[in-house]
Design a protein around this ligand. Structure first.
Ligand SMILES: [Zn+2]
Length: 400
């Protein structure tokens, strides 16, 4: 693995140290990572509470992490991102290694894309930005209303506004598409991201209709999704990257959408766990199962509502429940935001907020078109294959 050395002061207390950046490799579990680096399993894993142990399962393949070493090569600190918000911080104090979860300091910048279609909107967006998720979201959002194959022409104009996070001066995580416009056959079509996480067109109609079925019949939610919260008593940062449903052992678990099984196996934190890949870069996760339904193995196609396994108490679980996770472009999002029975129309208040959002974005897009210039992009990308892309391993971090 290629190492890069970046000039950075992680702490003022240390001197003659250097920071090395690596990518989390696909075969690594947090435990095997500790073993490989000869770090103490007891204080850095077995002594942690259940929530912390569960979070270490969320470290994503391909994510970049930092190791601070002394001149003699001894590890003194580690920073490993769990998601956009939180990271594992391992540090040495008085000869002992300690573990904590701390917020990620990142800076968000709005960037833009302006292009004339050459091949197709999908390919051109990826080629220009290096991010497949921007292309996926754009195409998925317009899937119902526009026919790119039929109506898209060379030289059609496409504009996108998106937010990019930077951590330690480098692009970090997936960009978030805020707004886009494509002009086809002389007509402009818009999409806007609302605060509720959904995309709307210029008329305020919801675009993307990715809806999941509840993954379990009659069950109550016993723990909600939180991306990041500070526990006031424990004085610790926490996250719960899924929804827990309490249910008796053996209760059937249902695939919440059509898809393909990409993992069905055992991990220490999540026990028997199944991951299903859905269209448009969505993934779902079903943890702590007592057993898998026969035939539910990697590569198997499943239908929405099909039984895939049974509720259990395996892995780090304090009682029978289903931990249900949802990921969009490898980012954990709140499953309850897409489990819906009815599509609701915008209320008056939401409608006014939408009009404000539309006007701000329209102005920015009009400005880009007028100046024929996109916002400057800050730095070199290396996140093309950020997560879950088989090509990722073959593309090492470039020396800077
Ligand atoms: Zn859970």
């Amino acid at each position: 693995m290629i190492k890069i050395f970046i000039l950075l002061l992680l702490t003022t207390a240390l001197f003659a140290s250097k920071v090395e950046t690596y990518r989390w490799s696909s075969g690594d579990s947090y435990l095997s990572f500790l073993q490989k680096n000869k770090l103490p399993l007891k204080s850095l894993y077995y002594d942690l509470d259940k929530d912390e142990q569960e979070l270490t399962e969320e470290i994503l393949y391909g994510v970049r992490y930092q190791i601070l070493k002394t001149d003699s090569g001894e590890i003194t600190q580690l920073l490993i991102p769990i998601n956009d918000e939180l990271q594992v911080h391992i540090y040495k104090l008085k000869g002992e290694f300690l573990f904590e979860i701390i917020p990620i300091i990142s800076e968000t910048k709005t960037e833009s894309l302006l292009l004339k279609i050459k091949n197709s909107p999908y390919l051109d967006i990826i080629k220009e930005t290096g991010y497949a998720n921007l292309a996926h979201i754009f195409i998925a959002s317009f899937k119902k209303s526009l026919d790119f194959k039929k109506d898209s022409r060379e030289n059609d104009t496409l504009v996108m506004l998106y937010e990019q996070k930077y951590r330690l001066g480098k692009p970090f995580s997936m960009p978030l598409l805020k707004s886009a416009m494509i002009e086809m056959k002389g007509k402009k079509h818009y999409m806007y991201l609302s605060d509720n996480g959904k995309y709307y067109n210029e008329l305020g109609a919801e675009l993307e209709e990715f809806l999941l079925a509840k993954p379990i019949g009659n069950a109550r939610v016993s723990s909600l999704f939180t991306l990041r919260r500070f526990h006031p008593i424990l004085k610790k940062y926490r996250a719960h990257l899924g929804v827990d449903y309490g249910a008796p052992i053996g209760t059937p678990i249902l695939a919440s959408g059509n898809g393909r099984v990409i993992y069905a196996g055992f991990t220490r934190g999540y026990g028997n766990v199944t991951r299903i890949q859905h269209d448009n870069n969505y993934q779902t996760l079903y943890a702590h199962q007592s057993s898998f339904k026969k035939g539910i193995t990697k590569g198997k196609s499943v239908k929405k509502g099909e039984v895939i396994g049974f509720v259990g108490n395996t892995g780090l679980s304090t009682g029978p429940h289903l931990h249900f996770g949802l990921y969009r472009s490898a980012q954990a999002i709140n499953p309850l935001s897409v489990i819906q029975l009815v599509v609701k129309k915008l209320s008056n208040k939401e409608r006014n907020e939408f009009l404000k959002l539309k006007s701000t974005n329209d102005k920015a897009i009009a400005q880009i078109l007028k100046n024929n210039k996109k916002f400057p992009r800050i730095s070199n990308f290396d996140s093309v294959c950020y997560f879950f892309n088989e090509k990722c391993e073959a593309s090492p971090i470039q020396n800077q």
